[in-house]
Design a protein around this ligand. Sequence first.
Ligand code: ZN
Ligand code: ZN
Length: 266
Amino acid sequence: MEYTRQRILVKGIVQGVGFRPFVYSLAQSLNLKGFVMNSSEGVVIEIEGEKSSIFFEKLKTEAPPLSQIMHVEIIPLHYYGYRDFQILESKDEGSFTLISADVSLCDDCFRELLDKNDRRYLYPFINCTNCGPRYTITESIPYDRPNTTMSVFKMCADCEREYYDPGNRRFHAQPNACPVCGPHVELIVKKERDTFLPSDTNKALQRSSYAASDRREHSNPIEKTIQLLKEGNIVAIKGLGGFHIACDAFNKQAVERLRLKKRKSN
Ligand SMILES: [Zn+2]
Ligand SMILES: [Zn+2]
């Protein structure tokens, strides 16, 4: 029997950066059969077909911009007879792989964000395979949606369609979300009127204890927060990686009150 199947283990920053969709498209274009999947060591690929040498070349030269290949291991195997090329579910082997850092908004998402006809018009949590949160939403590896803080947000039909379409920019984009199904921004005003918490509504927030008397505002929370800061209030802004406490640094009273609350002398 001939060694016509190849198993490829790719290590480095190869999860959450559009690597599997890239491998999928590359294999399709070269008529190769097999699979690609995330494992806790990196990405595992198996290919069968005539154009495997072009595959190896393009794997390195055309890899997605955010990926960083550090090591490629190729193991020759006996022919198996794959009928198509698939993206398979992850295998968790409890080892270690590298997760990309959070990536700032890409040009495509920026364009959608400001497009009145786009379903994500002004949606602050817009992202795709080329941008968005990674490290801060990862709870465990491999990097798949159930292992991220996004697991509590069930994708709507529109988002799901993007997620499963290999030709879409959001194919397997784990933090994929929209105003219908994803997190949103809200402002929580404490009853005693001295602390304000604009926040996304993720699980952590639902777990935190806010008094029932606290007021929750859903309309224009960002503009209202700016107003509150200008009025000298203290605001805790909950982002993807924790809280950022803010006040007007030029407002002496606000700064003093914050120092008092934080028990800092200067
Ligand atoms: Zn993007
Ligand atoms: Zn959605």
